[in-house]
Design a protein around this ligand. Sequence first.
Ligand SMILES: C[S@@+](CC[C@H](N)C(=O)[O-])C[C@H]1O[C@@H](n2cnc3c(N)ncnc32)[C@H](O)[C@@H]1O
Length: 197
Amino acid sequence: MSEDWDEFAAHWEQDEQPRIFRDEAFASLMAHGVLSDTARVLDFGCGTGLLSEKLSPLVKEIIAVDTSRVMLDTLKAKAITNVTALCADLDDPATRAGAAWLADLDLIVASSVCGFLPDYEKTVQTLSAALRPGGHFVQWDWLAADDDAEFGLPQARIGSALEGAGLEDVTVRQVFSVTFDGEALPVLMGAGHVPSA
Ligand SMILES: C[S@@+](CC[C@H](N)C(=O)[O-])C[C@H]1O[C@@H](n2cnc3c(N)ncnc32)[C@H](O)[C@@H]1O
């Protein structure tokens, strides 16, 4: 997967759609009301850090993780003081075991990532286990009609995955759409939080 995404890195920030997606995701996150200036945030599948850039002035620290070194090179070149960029694959048991950063998180954001994961449900469980009591998980993904769709996730599958990971107050709804070649593609936001202590 990381080799595929490496090829997108050179033009990712020049293309209009990733920025529109980021701006809309950021707006829906603000409306969700889970940001705080003391928050320790994980931007999972951060890519070139489009969302991390917007979040960095509003939170304490961001751990930005991706499997594509080339995507991460763009983020590292931005040298954002409270953003730490890490190349890591949570499907690797050794990575999971040694990931000290995968703990004590107040918020995890995953923007257009979950639909590309080899084992979405397992990854959500791994990520949710790294949240502090009351911590929030928020993802944005293209709406897919069913599991056979070329990309994206079905709405019901997101709800099941988040609830299966032990998250509470799970909501999954369309928050915006992005137009490609004249076609408006709906984007879902899935959100939930771990129980408070
Ligand atoms: C569509 S891009 C989105 C990038 C970024 N979140 C954004 O909105 O600009 C998907 C990203 O997910 C990353 N990715 C894919 N599989 C991953 C995995 N298993 N773990 C972490 N990142 C992954 C890719 O390398 C790529 O940077």
